[in-house]
Design a protein around this ligand. Structure first.
Ligand SMILES: *[C@@H]1O[C@H](CO)[C@@H](O)[C@H](O)[C@H]1NC(C)=O
Ligand SMILES: *[C@@H]1O[C@H](CO)[C@@H](O)[C@H](O)[C@H]1NC(C)=O
Ligand SMILES: *[C@@H]1O[C@H](CO)[C@@H](O)[C@H](O)[C@H]1NC(C)=O
Length: 196
């Protein structure tokens, strides 16, 4: 009798996914920008609910931010190399970056930030970005550049793990040091913007 009770309480703690089960993810992305003229630092705090985190850890879920950098901005590849060496996350730039081109001659590029293995319910990401000269503003500085919200991508090796809802599959690099492409799920999140 005692053994049976123990067994059933274990079942409650170690919830096993059946085919139709899904996890209703609730992730927040809080964005702040440290401005200093042409050189800015974008910070994102990715927050997971502690209950989601346990499930995600068990499923060995990996996350990445996919950011489309418009032609009015750039990330500096040298700076990104330094950052990737120091930070816990790694960054991959897809596309050639000309750090000297003014906005009208520059091309947009894509940035993928691979989050470290999940161990806490908050992950802070910092991305240094630089504004380009705008032709109309030469001598006069810089104008406004619109940076769209990043896409939050998730990769789960376990086929039995499902999150609720339909997710668009995005073909993107599997990690920063290997050009193999993986199909990531585009996950929705709650976007919060803080200004200072
Ligand atoms: C997500 O979690 C936050 C914090 O607990 C809560 O305020 C919010 O309502 C939740 N959103 C949804 C869609 O469940
Ligand atoms: C690249 O990454 C994929 C997915 O993580 C892995 O299966 C593959 O072995 C890696 N290839 C190399 C050359 O490291
Ligand atoms: C991911 O989904 C959001 C809407 O939930 C959309 O705005 C975004 O463009 C999608 N990302 C990609 C890369 O398709």
């Amino acid at each position: 009798m005692f053994g049976l009770l123990l067994l059933s309480s274990f079942n409650l703690i170690y919830h096993v996914y059946s085919i139709n089960d899904c996890l209703d993810l609730n992730i927040s992305l809080i964005r702040t920008i440290d401005r200093s003229g042409f050189h800015n630092k974008i910070k994102w705090m990715v927050e997971f609910l502690p209950s989601d985190l346990e499930e995600l850890k068990r499923a060995e879920a990996k996350f990445a931010l996919y950011i489309k950098i418009p032609s009015g901005m750039y990330v500096n590849p040298d700076e990104i190399d330094d950052l990737s060496r120091l930070a816990e996350y790694s960054v991959y730039i897809d596309g050639r970056v000309n750090v000297e081109a003014p906005e009208n001659e520059a091309k947009p590029h894509d940035v993928f930030i691979f989050l470290p293995e999940l161990y806490g319910d908050k992950v802070e990401i910092i991305l240094p970005v630089h504004l380009r000269y705008q032709l109309a503003k030469i001598g006069g500085g810089f104008g406004k550049v619109h940076l769209s919200k990043p896409s939050l991508l998730m990769l789960t090796p376990r086929k039995s793990f499902k999150t609720c809802g339909d997710h668009l599959q995005i073909k993107a690099p599997c990690n920063a040091d290997n050009l193999t492409k993986c199909y990531w799920s585009n996950i929705s999140y709650e976007a919060v913007r803080l200004y200072h």
